[in-house]
Design a protein. Structure first.
Length: 72
């Protein structure tokens, strides 16, 4: 595979965006876990498990918003 300079820059920028999105997602998971999961532990969770946790967070947030119960 051969890339010119512009393609390399675009690839690096793409990796940076993906990296930032992953880190934001991991911070979101750890925030919702309220100490039940550290950031180091979150980094070790596999992709499919992160997806499941993200879905659970979304579901719980929707239920909380619908029922108007306090989040905490």
């Amino acid at each position: 595979m051969t890339l010119d300079n512009q393609e390399i820059v675009e690839l690096i920028e793409s990796f940076e965006r993906e990296s930032k999105a992953l880190i934001k997602h991991l911070y979101t998971i750890t925030w919702h876990q309220r100490g039940g999961l550290t950031l180091d532990e979150a980094f070790q969770i596999g992709h499919s498990d992160r997806q499941i946790i993200g879905e659970l967070i979304k579901e719980r947030t929707e239920v909380t918003n619908e029922t108007k119960y306090p989040y905490f």
